[in-house]
Design a protein around this ligand. Structure first.
Ligand SMILES: C[S@@+](CC[C@H](N)C(=O)[O-])C[C@H]1O[C@@H](n2cnc3c(N)ncnc32)[C@H](O)[C@@H]1O
Length: 242
């Protein structure tokens, strides 16, 4: 099957083709791959064709809200504004739709659908803010199996601090950050650096990872407490109706 991801209209944001191909080439049995951030499906189409051509039993999930990236600029788009982003994604992936399982959800919500240690390949290209990447790493790190690959787009901290990928990855992995490999982006974006790390058995959440996981746990507990408080403060008739 011919690759058609570069034929799709619009800016070419996907620079992880080499990382995707390397993963597919490395697979020797059933495998699960997940991409966080699919937009109009350029990366998704690339992976769909790679999987089709490999004939390998790779289950591939594309996670996105298809609602854009809050807090980031550069997403001014008529399809997004017109609420058509998911439709455009579906139309673009049509030739490989049987190779893709879209999950329309927030990345952290989607993580809850996967068992710990079940994911062989994770590519992070959803939020690019420090907080967003930390959040994705905290939610998805446990889902990746030991020996699995965690990779992502945009190894940078530019745009006045808006993009915090590099800091987040380094802080999350703490002393294991030395295992992060930084690679040129695939054509046509060699300057858009990619990052990749293999999850090692000793990489239990310590240092940055532990802090991020604890932070996420604290957030969940705080949210639950807030919900309970709100329920307690609700007028009696509301409580009675529930
Ligand atoms: C840079 S684009 C992805 C580009 C895509 N990989 C490609 O090849 O064109 C980022 C995407 O992440 C999505 N996104 C951002 N934050 C998200 C979140 N918290 N949960 C789910 N999707 C998110 C946005 O809707 C957007 O489609």
């Amino acid at each position: 099957m011919r690759h058609y991801w570069l034929d799709l209209p619009g800016p070419v944001w996907f620079s992880g083709a080499d990382i995707y191909s390397t993963f597919v080439a490395s697979v020797h049995g059933p495998a699960i791959a997940v991409e966080l951030g699919a937009w109009k499906g350029r990366s998704t189409c690339f992976m769909g064709v790679e999987i089709a051509n490999s004939g390998k039993p790779i289950e591939f999930f594309a996670v996105d809200t298809w609602g854009g990236s809050p807090g980031e600029t550069g997403y001014e788009d008529a399809d997004l504004a017109g609420g058509r982003l998911f439709d455009v994604f579906q139309a673009n992936i049509a030739p490989v739709a049987n190779r893709v399982k879209p999950i329309r959800a927030d990345t952290v919500e989607a993580a809850a659908r996967f068992a710990d240690g079940s994911v062989d390949f994770l590519y992070i290209d959803a939020s690019h803010t420090y907080r967003g990447v930390m959040r994705d790493l905290a939610a998805w790190f446990p889902k990746v199996r030991e020996g699995g690959t965690i990779a992502g787009d945009d190894w940078c901290n530019e745009q006045g601090g808006e993009l915090g990928v590099r800091h987040a990855v380094i802080d999350f992995f703490g002393r294991y950050a030395k295992h992060v490999v930084v690679l040129p982006g695939s054509q046509p974006n060699p300057d858009w650096l990619q990052w990749s790390i293999v999850k090692l058995p000793e990489m239990q959440p310590t240092g940055g990872a532990a802090r991020a996981c604890r932070g996420l746990a604290r957030l969940i507990v705080r949210t639950a407490r807030r919900c309970v408080r709100r329920l307690r403060q609700a007028p009696p008739e509301v409580q009675a109706s529930q």
